[in-house]
Structures are given as C-alpha cells and as structure tokens.
Write a protein that binds this ligand. Structure first.
Ligand code: AMP
Length: 184
C-alpha cells in the first residue's frame, strides 16, 4: 500500500501512523522524524533545517524533495510506504508524482485527518516539543491552511482523498481509517 497522510500539526497523525504501520506494515517515512534526527546529529542539512523548524516554518522544498527522493529509492519501500508529513506543498506533491510515475508505483490513497484549530492549539500546548512554543504553533497552523491545505483539492481531483474526523479516542479514529484501508 502506498499512502500519503495529511493533517494539521497536532491532529494525531503520529499516533495513527503507528497504528497503520502495526497493522498494514508499510514503511513509515516521516519527514519530521528524519529532520529531527538530522538536527540532533548536527548534519549540515539538520543544522540548516533547524532554523525553519524552530520557527514553525517549512524547510525549503528542494531540501525535503532531495531527502525523500533518495529515501524512496531504497528497497524497503517496494512493499509500500506511509508518507507522514510529506508532501506539504503543491511543488512537493508534483515532485512526488514524478518520482512515483517514473517508478510506475502510483499512490493508492491520501488520508486526511481533520481537527479544528482550537483543538489543535489545546493539544499542542500540552505536548512540549521544541517547536510547540505558542508563536511557532500559530505559524504552523497558519502554514497548514495557506500552504498545505491546497493539497486536499489537488488529491481530491485525482480521486485519491479520504477524509477522517480526528476527534474522538485513538481507537475511534483508527476504526474510521481501517474501514478505508481494508479496501486495498
Ligand atoms: P512534523 O513532525 O511533520 O510536524 O514536522 C516538523 C517540522 O519539520 C515542520 O514544522 C517543518 O519545519 C519540517 N518539515 C517536516 N516535513 C516537511 C515538509 N514536507 N516540507 C517542509 N518542511 C517539513
């Protein structure tokens, strides 16, 4: 299964991604995790990316597209993957389409986890990650609406989009996701 997972910061994507991985076994490709690992290892890409991450801004497209295109070439992606946090811009989505059509491995589905902004603020305030400071949180929510949410229309037109309500217990939300993933 080749899946893209889209949702605002704090929607619960990480938790649901874990559930999906456990049950369906795609490789988990989280660009946030990759960037945090690069930052902690102080690689040149990580140090550069941290400037954007700590301000709640997106890392430049060419950086993240380079990381993902290398990662998708690895053998473990052949049995399916869950892209978590990528793409986040139309340019990234177009680059992904090119990579996947060159390899003849189109996406199966794009999952959107929907949670309203006030609930996101509440959840992020309690999380305590470095980029969860109130200013960075507002910037990330704003960025989601202005830069990332056009992807919903992009994938909707391709008839790949499945939207889920992200409010409820982890089990409730996962049950909604399972219903769709069972089709594949
Ligand atoms: P996440 O854990 O997915 O919320 O990502 C944490 C941070 O990493 C984001 O706020 C961005 O600064 C950066 N990041 C992760 N994925 C991307 C992406 N696809 N494009 C640009 N920046 C990204």
């Amino acid at each position: 299964m080749r899946i893209v997972f889209v949702g605002p910061p704090g929607a619960g994507k990480g938790t649901q991604a874990e559930n999906i991985i456990k049950k369906y076994k795609p490789v988990h490709l989280s660009t946030g995790d990759m960037l945090r690992a690069a930052r902690d290892a102080k690689t040149p890409v990580g140090v550069e990316a941290d400037k954007y991450m700590s301000a709640g801004q997106l890392v430049p497209d060419e950086v993240i597209i380079g990381i993902i295109s290398e990662r998708l070439k690895r053998d473990d992606c052949k049995n399916g993957f869950l892209l978590d946090g990528f793409p986040r811009t139309i340019a990234q989505a177009e680059a992904l389409d090119k990579m996947l059509s060159a390899a003849n491995t189109p996406l199966d589905v794009v999952l959107e986890l929907k949670v309203h902004d006030d609930e996101l603020r509440k959840r992020l305030a309690g999380r305590g990650r470095k980029d969860d400071k109130p200013e960075a949180v507002e910037e990330r929510i704003k960025g989601y609406h202005s830069i990332t949410s056009p992807l919903l229309d992009y994938y909707g037109k391709k008839e790949l989009l499945e939207t889920f309500d992200g409010i409820g217990t982890t089990a409730d939300v996962f049950a909604r996701i399972e219903k769709v993933l069972e089709k594949f």
